[in-house]
Ligand binder design. Sequence first.
Ligand SMILES: [Zn+2]
Length: 234
Amino acid sequence: MPHPSDPSSMLRPDFSIAGGDGHHGVAPSLGHAPSEAAHAGYRREDHYDDISTDLIGRSVKRILESVGEDAEREGLLQTPERVAKAYQFLTQGYAQDPRAILTKALFKEDYNEMILVKDIEVFSLCEHHMLPFFGKAHVAYIPNGQIVGLSKIPRIVDVFARRLQVQERLTMQIRDAIQDVLNPQGVAVVIEANHMCMVMRGVQKQGSSTSTSSMSGAFMENPATREEFMRMIR
Ligand SMILES: [Zn+2]
């Protein structure tokens, strides 16, 4: 398992579609793609929105020229299009509805203990610099008559992470979506992440990370429950 501070951990297999090698067979769904993507929740599409690709691409070309590059040299010719597609991938969460994803996977169950999904990979973009922050999320809830399919928890983490974010809001949005849809006895979310905008500019020391937490219900009111959660994610 790659450590969050290891830049190679950003090179997930599904990120390589942004390489623009012409093979779109594994291309994921798009944020600004047609409306069916929103209804599909998480379905992966193998096309990009041409208007968005064109608009973003033109802007990227301007950035290249503005930093003193020759946008016409061979290595950069396809860069605007590649960046445009990468950004559509990285912001596809805007077109996805996390509450709908959870609602579709609810099951009645009389299980009353904590359910914890830990070490969920998080890749997001900070809204201040549009640079990556990434790390791990730990999400727990205590049901109240209904549970949700376990795979849906990492899925909604992705939906919220694939938008421009601040870590604090990302943490709360995950908590609130689960709280709203499942109405559980409580939800706890902890995210530990490294922010490239801080690491690359020397503001954050290598190896340090930022932790945020957001709790509701039993996790807020009952110290023993909260401590059990914190012990389990350590
Ligand atoms: Zn930033």
